[in-house]
Design a protein around this ligand. Structure first.
Ligand code: PLP
Length: 359
């Protein structure tokens, strides 16, 4: 037998692995998972029933064109169906976007730290990441991002609100940026946490995309709509981009369960958005308590908060876990803590209070 192993693309060397948020240990002392920015509410009964009904036909392939979901999204957001593309979560759509725009020799710009999938999907495509540090307030530095644009730039991610800091870019600065970027560079507004925004000065990307052919908006059913386990997200973009997304999609990637549950969720939006309101109220409580304890917390418009703990990050995460809440450490930088069930949030807050006293 030959000693040789299959030849793999050199671009894969050193690709960082995606670290999923740690699960809450089954049967152990840990009870609350605050590590993946999930929705802590269980599925709405009507949505669950719809998904269960769809499960009865999973011997069949799903509707590849997601016809029903496209029609529902088109009406809900007031966009032509040709401007929509779906994928296996918005991370799947983000990967399709890179495949459609960038390869070896091309550059993809994004803020750092931001969503950890960006470096992975960029490197897998063979393109080069250009990471632009967040400013001192943990916010996208749009001027620096603009200055980073070169002839090789193909795509720019603007994560709004930003994961993991929860910070936002506001209307005037974002519009100025969009208008300054060359029109042949695609700007992707990743709005995975859009529904949690309460700052009226943060623009809705779907309004910004309408008269800007190089702007694409990413949304997901994973967060506010509570369908993280079903994997469905979508993009809103003008036709050449949306059409390219359909070409780069994995055929039949979005299951019928996911399609039907997404439609049912859109039809149950009022009930889901009430839950989002409750999570936002909880976010306000968590942020205020932390500030009262003496922490500096960047204002979050998402379903998580960020504590820049530097060298103490891993110790803090361990203390939270011992107390019963799993958070998401970024060693040497900080922890991201999802807003979860009140009792879980309280465990985090009590740990933060005790930790603060030690600092
Ligand atoms: C900013 C951002 N974009 C996209 C995603 C992907 O979510 P999904 O693939 O579940 O839609 C996430 C998930 O954490 C995220 O934080």
């Amino acid at each position: 037998m030959s000693e040789k192993t299959p030849k793999l693309r050199a671009a894969l060397d050193g690709v960082p692995t995606y670290k999923p948020g740690k699960p809450a240990a089954a049967g152990g002392p840990v009870a609350y998972k605050l590590s993946s920015n999930e929705n802590p509410y269980p599925p709405l009964p009507g949505v669950l029933e719809t998904a269960v009904a769809a499960a009865g036909a999973f011997n069949r392939y799903p509707d590849m064109a997601c016809t029903g979901l496209m029609a529902e999204l088109s009406e809900r957001f007031g966009v032509p169906a040709e401007h929509l593309a779906t994928g296996t979560g918005s991370v799947g759509v983000a990967q399709q976007l890179i495949q459609a725009t960038a390869g070896p020799g091309d550059e993809v710009i994004y803020a750092w730290r931001s969503f950890e999938a960006y470096p992975i999907i960029t490197q897998v495509s063979g393109a080069t990441s250009v990471q632009v540090p967040l400013d001192d307030n943990e916010v996208h530095d749009l001027d620096a991002m603009l200055a980073a644009v070169t002839e090789r730039t193909r795509l720019i991610f603007v994560c709004n609100p930003n994961n993991p800091t929860g910070t936002v870019v506001r209307r005037a600065e974002l519009e100025r940026f969009l208008d300054a970027v060359p029109s042949d560079v695609l700007i992707v507004l990743d709005e995975a946490y859009r529904e949690f925004i309460r700052d009226a000065d943060v623009p809705d990307g779907i309004e910004l995309y309408r008269d800007r052919p190089n702007v694409c908006v990413l949304r997901t059913f994973s967060k506010a709509y509570g369908l993280a386990g079903l994997r469905v997200g979508f993009a809103v973009a003008h036709e050449p981009v949306a059409a390219a997304l359909r070409k780069t999609a994995v055929p039949f990637g979005v299951s019928q369960l996911a399609q039907d549950a997404a439609v049912a969720s859109l039809r149950s939006e009022d009930a889901l958005l009430e839950r989002v309101d409750a999570l936002v109220a909880e976010r306000t409580r968590v942020a205020k308590t932390l500030t009262d304890q003496g922490w500096t917390v960047p204002e979050s418009q998402a379903n998580f908060v960020w504590l820049r703990l530097g060298e103490r990050t891993v110790d803090f995460a361990r203390a939270c876990e011992q107390a019963g809440a799993v958070v998401r450490p970024f060693p040497g930088e900080g922890v991201r803590v999802s807003i979860g069930e009140t009792a879980g949030n309280d465990i985090f807050l009590q740990t933060a209070e005790a930790f603060r006293k030690e600092l």
